[in-house]
Design a protein around this ligand. Structure first.
Ligand SMILES: NC(=O)c1ccc[n+]([C@@H]2O[C@H](COP(=O)([O-])OP(=O)(O)OC[C@H]3O[C@@H](n4cnc5c(N)ncnc54)[C@H](OP(=O)(O)O)[C@@H]3O)[C@@H](O)[C@H]2O)c1
Length: 239
């Protein structure tokens, strides 16, 4: 188990896309580890339902990562309720390519995919990382995919999705480099092919397994220096 508290201060974690799929399980596992979980979802009702299921001190937040205003309001509310966000799990993601393959190009799909999978994570980092740096402690986990690994590309399927995750991986490296020595650790986690709205019913992994690596990285203990890495099943994955 990772370090989740400092004296009598309970760490607060914000999970984007926390009301569906792997995000629900990430939220639940982090609550089980003693963190105060802020469940972000586009629908506050959906977030409230997940929080009721988790019990304890879980907090629902209305949060659309494509909207700067929504992020501002959610982060303000999070700070009011918890004092600050110590851990950010950028889990929200979309896969919009359908059966398209490169070189087919759909600009709308590319823009919408990047807006959530890359810019959404980037906006969230901009909103919460300065507070982490001031506190001298933070964990940022970007939920990526092996599809974003340049080393593992073996087809042109899911082009916008793959490219969005490759870019998210780059953002992970850049943030980690920029925050070196601040106490804020930034890593990317591939949940693996997991049963969910996105992964479908045939995926070999359940949400509990999909959540494991993101949760591990979100709870890296104080003094750990794991940063700027890409991991699947808690092991390094090639970029
Ligand atoms: N499942 C897999 O096999 C697999 C494999 C590798 C990586 N991943 C990654 O794992 C993460 C979770 O995926 P999943 O499998 O759980 O997919 P999912 O069941 O489709 O859930 C996607 C989540 O993202 C949220 N979301 C989408 N757009 C959003 C926005 N603009 N603002 C806030 N939230 C938004 C959704 O919220 P709403 O409820 O509001 O729609 C939902 O909670 C994604 O980043 C995905 O790329 C999944």
């Amino acid at each position: 188990m990772g370090d989740t508290s400092m004296g009598d201060i309970t760490r607060a974690v914000l999970v984007t896309g926390g009301a569906r799929g792997i995000g629900v399980e990430i939220s639940r596992q982090l609550a089980d580890r003693g963190l105060r979980v802020l469940v972000g979802a586009r629908s506050r009702d959906a977030a409230e339902e997940v929080c009721r299921g988790i019990g304890g001190s879980a907090i629902p937040l209305a949060l659309d990562v494509t909207s700067a205003e929504s992020i501002r309001e959610a982060v303000w509310e999070a700070r009011e309720l918890t004092g600050g966000v110590d851990v950010l799990v950028n889990n929200a993601g979309v896969s919009l390519d359908g059966h398209r393959k490169t070189p087919d190009f759909d600009e709308d799909v590319l823009r919408a995919t990047l807006d959530t999978n890359l810019a959404g994570a980037w906006r969230m980092a901009e909103a919460v990382v300065p507070g982490m740096v001031r506190a001298g402690y933070g964990r940022v986990v970007n939920v990526t995919s092996s599809y974003g690994s340049l080393a593992l590309i073996d087809s042109g399927r899911h082009p916008a999705y793959r490219i969005s995750k490759t870019a998210l991986n780059a953002l992970t490296r850049m943030l980690a480099a920029e925050l070196s020595g601040t106490g804020v650790l930034v890593n990317a986690a591939d949940p693996g092919w997991t049963r969910s709205g996105m992964g479908g019913a045939a995926a070999p992994r359940g949400p509990e397994e999909g959540a494991d690596t993101p949760v591990w990285l979100a709870t890296l203990p104080e003094g750990d220096d794991t940063t700027g890495g890409l991991f699947a099943e808690r092991k390094p994955l090639p970029w």
